[in-house]
Design a protein around this ligand. Structure first.
Ligand code: ADP
Length: 566
């Protein structure tokens, strides 16, 4: 393979130029798709977040409704307790008559209650403190027993039944409120106010309860109510595993919703009228001034929402990472391939030079023999032939190096191990090395450990040592001084080959054992080489079960250690 310099270089140039352009396009496309994937994942995640937030808001709203129901139940329970208690007091007389005893005149315009044809109709008289102006309340035994059956326990008393009934039968509730003066003491209806004002000084007059009594609206009712709602809401949320801080807002007038924010959620607004232990009934309708508007606000719902999406989110993050990693891996492989391509180009360039030199020399020698009648001059003939032989030997060495690489690439090398006299071997190598070079050179050898024999494949082991020695000579300025020492460590024979050469830059030291790798020196290669020698060294040493290492300092020298098991 003889290639003209110019052609090789331009081929390499075009090749690298094309490669770079393609690589740029691939990199651009990869960057584009990764960005696209990330943006789309982000977009989907954000949409999913919004959906989940809506779901979250539905849940908290339902919880809020249940919490308010609980407040309502509490409120009616407290009314129930008071009514039962008042109806059970000794000053309250309840008389249940048959209808014949009803004084219809007394019923007058007062509300009466009847449904359909009466079956065993009752008239219920409730007299408080012996008051005579209580009017009978009409019902029937069926209806009475119906409400009785609504009470959980079997032995319901008359006050319990009447109280229960009053929750479903507004006229009865009105009756009781009037009988017990259960108005808001601070704001009774005008007729009641007039009645109280006319009678309050009369002996025995006890109603209504004083302003500070339990019927008065407590001054801190807003805080108390929001605490109560909060407690119920927290319990409801715990049931559905939502543990997020919130605040209950109670306002006297409806407020506008703020819930459009991404990091803010709130429930719908509900009317709230179930204040503490206070009867605010006036003719069984609630006064508007006691109506509050309740709403629960969650300041940072994203934690809860995102927690619920954790599996999906981490899966999608994982996918994104996976994609990025795959792309990164592809780019790395491409780069490696690119570097390998460059190394290959360098190698071809080097090899071309290396091959051309001996061929040119031999051609010249043969030409000389042919043209200048040198055959008649035995001394000249001898010299030309010797030169040709030397060059052929160099060619042979080069070719076998390349063939060796091809061979151990396919793992075809089989080692023929034998016991070698180490001192003889090293001294022989030193002699070979000295004969090969014209450089001023000293090589010393010390067998510190006094090792006599090493077990190795003779041919390959020699090649290994020669490669390292060759390099030591090649990459040293004159006069080159090389020290070989042999030590023992970890049951290994440790050869150290130290030179005072140009050294290897730290950035490249880890790569000198790679195939085709040569420390870059720009485009100038004043030292010829293939970049295969140290790769071969590592391969052979490791095949022996040994290790090879290098230490180096720029412009001071390098030190290669080859350890092989004893
Ligand atoms: P080459 O044929 O280029 O010498 P090698 O595989 O033998 O290939 O060495 C790889 C590279 O390591 C060399 O190109 C050289 O840059 C560097 N190198 C090897 N030995 C030495 C040394 N003793 N001093 C300085 N550099 C060295």
């Amino acid at each position: 393979m003889v290639l003209v310099d110019g052609r090789v270089i331009s081929f390499t140039f075009i090749n690298q130029f094309n490669m770079k352009r393609k690589l740029k396009i691939v990199l651009f496309l990869i960057a584009l798709s990764v960005t696209g994937i990330i943006i789309f994942q982000g977009y989907w995640s954000f949409n999913a977040y919004k959906e989940n937030k809506k779901l979250f808001e539905t849940k908290i709203d339902e919880a809020m409704q249940r919490a308010l129901d609980s407040c309502k139940r509490d409120y009616f329970d407290s009314i129930r307790t008071v009514l039962v208690k008042r109806l059970s007091e000794s000053t309250t007389v309840i008389k249940i008559d048959s209808p014949s005893q009803i004084n219809t005149a007394a019923v007058g315009g007062r509300s009466t209650f009847s449904i359909g044809p009466l079956v065993t109709p009752y008239a219920i008289w409730i007299s408080v403190h012996g008051s005579k102006n209580s009017s009978p309340f009409q019902t029937s035994s069926k209806i009475y027993n119906y409400y009785r059956s609504k009470i959980n326990h079997r032995n319901a008393t008359v006050p319990e039944v009447l109280t229960e009934m009053s929750f479903y039968v507004p006229p009865l509730m009105t009756e009781l409120i009037q009988d017990f003066f259960m108005y808001d003491g601070t704001n009774p209806p005008p007729a009641v106010r007039a009645y109280i004002e006319a009678n309050y000084q009369k002996p025995g007059f006890k109603y209504p309860i004083e302003q500070s009594g339990i019927f008065e609206q407590p001054s801190n009712y807003k805080q108390a109510d929001s605490l109560k709602i909060g407690n119920y809401l927290r319990a409801e949320l715990a049931k559905i595993h939502i543990n997020a801080p919130f605040a209950v807002n109670l306002a006297s007038t409806p407020t506008a919703s703020r819930s459009d924010h991404v990091f803010f959620s709130e429930t719908n607004e509900y009317k709230y009228q179930y204040h503490g232990f206070t009867f605010l009934l006036t003719n069984y309708t609630l006064q508007p001034r006691y109506t509050l508007y309740a709403r629960a606000a969650f300041r940072n719902p994203q934690y809860v929402v995102i927690k619920g999406m954790l599996i999906t989110l981490s899966l999608s993050a994982l996918l994104v990472l996976f994609t990025i990693f795959s792309f990164y891996y592809i780019i790395r492989i491409i780069n490696q391939q690119k570097a390998l391509g460059e190394l290959k180009d360098d190698f071809i360039n080097n090899m071309t030079h290396e091959l051309k030199t001996p061929i040119a020399t031999i051609t010249v020698a043969i030409e000389g023999l042919q043209k200048f009648n040198a055959l008649n001059d035995p001394e000249k003939t001898q010299r030309y032939l010797q030169t040709s032989r030397n060059e052929l030997a160099r060619l042979n060495e080069l070719v076998s190096k390349v063939l060796d690489v091809a061979a151990f690439e396919n793992k075809e090398i089989t080692l023929v191990k034998e016991r070698l006299k180490v001192d003889d071997l090293v001294n022989e190598l030193i002699a070979v090395e000295k004969s090969k070079t014209e450089k001023a050179l000293t090589i010393t050898y010390n067998n510190n450990a006094g090792i006599d024999l090493v077990t190795a494949d003779k041919l390959h082991f020699k090649n290994v040592m020669l490669n390292i020695l060759d390099n030591a000579v090649k990459y040293s300025n004159e006069p080159a001084a090389i020290n070989i020492t042999l030590d023992k460590g970890n049951n290994m024979a440790v050869f150290t080959i130290k030179d005072n050469g140009i050294g290897i830059p730290a950035a490249h030291i880890n790569r000198v054992f790679e195939k085709f790798y040569r420390v870059p020196t720009g485009n100038v290669h004043n030292v010829k080489g293939t970049g295969l020698g140290l790769n071969y060294v590592r391969y052979i040493v490791e095949a022996h079960g040994g290790l090879v290492a290098v230490k180096s300092e720029l412009n001071v020298g390098s030190e290669f250690t080859v350890s092989i098991p004893l």
